[in-house]
Write a protein that binds this ligand. Structure first.
Ligand code: AP5
Ligand code: MG
Length: 183
């Protein structure tokens, strides 16, 4: 059973690596960002509510995100060899709620894969990608929110000895091999 959280700033390669890992190891990949973008595209109540926040690069409220993740984990682990969470938790509140969920589900082997890439490289990758929230000013805002609200979550997991650091600069396949070796 793989119980994984992929962690790091916008553009570090969380989505890229998670997809490959999930396919190879038969894991449930849950990207909260992708989930929200799909809701926005479909125009659901949640999508309508979250659209402005996501497009401006701000965080959707914790209570909404926590509910989404609880439901996703409850409903999607059957026939899987575990899961990889991508984009969650992003605040200390989310991390605390996730601990409660993990305890209830008896998940005790959590690993946090922390990808490290310098800020110039992050901005250059995202500007090239061109998602709605990938304009340079919104990217800067997302990076600031990451530094202020999300980076502290890492310390929380570091204190528990759950973090594995991975250099995220280089060829996608090379980084992927490094992760598979760790797993
Ligand atoms: P989310 O979708 O999670 O965005 P993010 O964290 O900003 O991260 P990205 O998806 O931009 O980057 P990534 O690390 O996945 O990198 P990728 O693999 O795509 O969240 C979006 C929004 O949703 C948030 O701003 C917020 O509003 C909301 N939200 C989501 N979760 C939330 C939560 N928990 N609480 C509250 N709000 C939440 O790679 C980036 C680019 O680089 C790609 O083009 C890729 O091809 C390229 N690339 C990848 N690897 C490499 C490499 N090794 N070398 C060169 N290029 C590479
Ligand atoms: Mg992503």
């Amino acid at each position: 059973m793989h119980e994984l959280i992929i962690f790091g700033p916008p553009g570090v390669g969380k989505g890229t690596q998670s997809e490959m890992i999930a396919r190879n190891l038969n894991l449930f990949h849950f990207s909260t960002g992708e989930f929200l973008r799909k809701e926005i595209e479909e125009g659901s109540d949640l999508g309508i509510e979250a659209k402005h926040t996501v497009e401006k690069g701000m965080l959707v409220p914790d209570e909404i995100m926590i509910g989404i993740v609880v439901k996703a984990l409850r409903e999607n682990l059957k026939d899987k060899n575990g899961f990889i969470l991508d984009g969650f938790p992003r605040t200390n509140e989310q991390a605390k709620a996730l601990d409660v969920i993990f305890n209830k589900m008896n998940l005790t082997e959590i690993k946090v894969l922390y990808l490290i890439v310098n800020e110039d490289e992050l901005v250059s990758r995202l500007v090239k990608r061109g998602r709605v929230d990938d304009s340079e000013d919104i990217i800067r805002k997302r990076l600031k929110i990451y530094n202020d609200s999300t980076r502290p979550v890492l310390e929380y997991y570091q204190n528990e000895g759950k973090v594995v650091e991975i250099d995220g600069v280089g060829e996608i396949d090379e980084i992927y091999s490094k992760i598979l070796n760790i797993l």
